[in-house]
Ligand binder design. Structure first.
Ligand SMILES: C[S@@+](CC[C@H](N)C(=O)[O-])C[C@H]1O[C@@H](n2cnc3c(N)ncnc32)[C@H](O)[C@@H]1O
Length: 261
């Protein structure tokens, strides 16, 4: 797999692990029915996928991710929860190992904004959807995030993180482009909602993420930051996490649509 996931799995996976279908797929669950065959694209640690599997049981759920460690976590989680109708495999969303028109529903949370060639990945998701099938996309919209109280560390984090992410083909406001992209592809019954994910303000995921070797090297190669500066920003974020009035509300844009019958 040549694509580099700049967020790294050791810290990012923890942030994702608290996610559930009840919350992160609340906009999508009402459309699901027992017996549906469903695909979860970029399933990460699988915490949303297992909830989707419960919703469509005895239908089959296939979760895939480009990260091997995520597939191991997902498989382990399904086993722990006694979920027998979910299978996980490593795959790249730009080249799906699934037949045309083979799924009743395709879901994806927070993946496309990380994929260079995201429009090709979206085409693949539509290709494997049956006529009349349902797609549900949940994409980040950084412009809508409510994070504070404002300080230098947060501002530096957002600026540096965004440049590094973009240099790896990321798109931090992708959520807002989902609806037009689905309409361009002649999808019907297109509906958009938005929700906020309230993160634990004492969590230090980003403080840890920006001082991993992988992130420091990426920022240094781009000439936008140094190890020293990143450690300073990280310390500022740790300080911020102790502020009793710190808050972090992450904005997500959710879209559902159907492939024409
Ligand atoms: C932010 S995580 C979201 C995980 C999960 N869907 C969630 O919402 O908790 C993004 C995931 O997309 C995966 N990913 C990134 N590029 C991918 C690609 N080209 N094909 C498949 N998965 C990819 C990453 O490995 C990562 O697990």
């Amino acid at each position: 797999m040549s694509q580099e996931y700049v967020h790294g799995y050791t810290t990012a996976s923890k942030t994702m692990a608290v996610r559930t279908a009840e919350r992160e797929a609340a906009y999508f669950l009402p459309y699901l029915e027992p017996g549906m065959k469903l695909l979860d694209a970029g399933c990460g640690p699988g915490t949303i996928t297992v909830g989707l599997a419960e919703a469509v049981a005895p239908g089959q759920v296939f979760g895939f991710d480009i990260g091997e460690s995520e597939i191991e976590r997902s498989t382990e989680l399904a086993k722990e929860r006694g979920i027998t109708n979910a299978r996980f495999q490593v795959a790249d969303s730009k080249n799906l190992p699934f037949e045309d028109e083979s799924f009743d529903a395709v879901f994806s949370s927070a993946m496309l904004e990380h994929v260079p060639g995201r429009e090709q990945a979206l085409d693949e998701m539509i290709r494997v959807l049956k006529p009349g099938g349902l797609i549900g996309l949940r994409g980040g919209y950084l412009t809508g995030h409510v994070v504070g109280p404002d300080n230098d560390a947060i501002r530096s984090l957002i600026t540096i993180y965004n440049v590094v992410w973009k240099s790896r083909g990321g798109e931090s406001d992708f959520g807002i482009r989902q609806m037009p992209l689905l309409v361009e592809r002649n999808m019907v019954e297109v509906r958009q909602t938005a929700s906020f994910e309230t993160r634990d303000p004492t969590d230090t995921d980003y403080a840890n993420r920006i001082v991993t070797d992988q992130f420091i090297n990426a920022a240094r190669e781009l000439g936008i930051s140094t190890s020293e500066e990143l450690h300073k920003v990280s310390a500022g974020l740790i300080e911020h996490s102790k502020n009793p009035i710190a808050y972090s509300h992450i904005c997500w844009i959710e879209v559902t649509a159907r492939k024409p019958s």
